[in-house]
Design a protein around this ligand. Sequence first.
Ligand code: GLC
Length: 438
Amino acid sequence: MNDSLVKKIQTIAKQFLPSAAELLEIADQFQKEMTKGLAGGGYLKMLRSFLPIPTGQEKGSYITIDFGGTNIRIQVVELLGVGKTRLKKKLLFPLKNPTANYDYTSPTATAEELFDFIAAQIGKLVETNQSYPLGHTFSFPCRQLSVNRANLLSWTKEIKTAGMEGQEITALLEAALQRANLHQVIPVAIINDTTGTLLTASYRNPRATIGSICGTGHNTCYLEPQEPTTDKPMIINMESGNFNKFFLSPYDKLLDQSSEKPGQQALEKAVAGHYLGEIARLLLFDLWQQGLLFANFGKQVFHQPYSLKTRDLASFLEDNTPQLAVIRSWLQKNCCIPEPTLEECSALKTIARLVTTRSARLITATYAGVLQHIDPELSHPHVIAVDGSLFEKMPLYQTTMQQALADIFQEKARHISLVLVKDGSGTGAAIAAAVCQK
Ligand code: GLC
């Protein structure tokens, strides 16, 4: 690589690779924010779920909605007790589909249109002569009034459907079910996807104390041993995507300025799948503007916001060919660069590594903050249950998190396991419904 490019990448690496000492500092700050949030202040919303963890003995058949932002999934899930579950039916459909000419996430769509659409899909799965208790995973910040009542505080993840912020979500769903004549479907619980992930993990293993999503969005919940208003154990949805006590690079600030909600969700914008491709694009655009990469190519290279996807970063990281052939053909196809140099391909891979490594390290520091809060001596084993495409599919992501845990806790890190919990959102909603029906 030429000297100026090497220097520039080194500067970026300093900003994107928090040291062990910086991780410890972030964990401390996170823990302080948790304490503030439990007392009603600070940046972490610390939202009550009104749910403890399950016993694993819960049984029954439940219909679930998983509403996370991109797709809606309707499932019929059976809880068999003894920590086992069975998926009986499943329907998946996108919330926006240009070919079918709809987009329920846009500001021109209303809450009623969105929920009528969901009710219509539910109608495809249910029989008329049977009653269905329903668990709803609604993965946005909600102030819960009870286990079945939740007001949407604000949209995140760039969703913009009109007339929903401030509304009570179960009431909107109930009204749509009535309009669709689905009187046999009865909503009984509404939860966050992090809560769903923790419920699913703890249904199988009581050591699970933290549930987290590392996917399109990012957030974490945990089992608070003494929830202040009840003095009892309760799962708390921290909405940790709004944490902001860490170094923000100039690229994060640029991304924030042109986002739907500037000034909010700083951590989520730095670590989540919806944004990682865009951060990498901003970095590459900067390198191009400074004449360090793709010098012979015009503005079309990396100028279009959100044109670089997080899944592209994954494919760059998977390219272990000596000449980086995958990245090379990606550049040829997507950026019309006939002969990318090896140096340019390798810069793409390095940027992908920096952006994804920072994501994994920052998130791990927040887990450390939670562990310091619930078990300061780390005297018990802990399972951190994680769902989401980054954790599941991004090359080296889990290893990087494990390394970050070792940086923070040294040998005590062996008490902590990170486990993938697939479909916590669907199964968790059924468990929530069962727990609150008991
Ligand atoms: C966003 C939402 C949060 C959700 C997370 C993961 O951060 O605000 O509620 O848990 O995305 O889907």
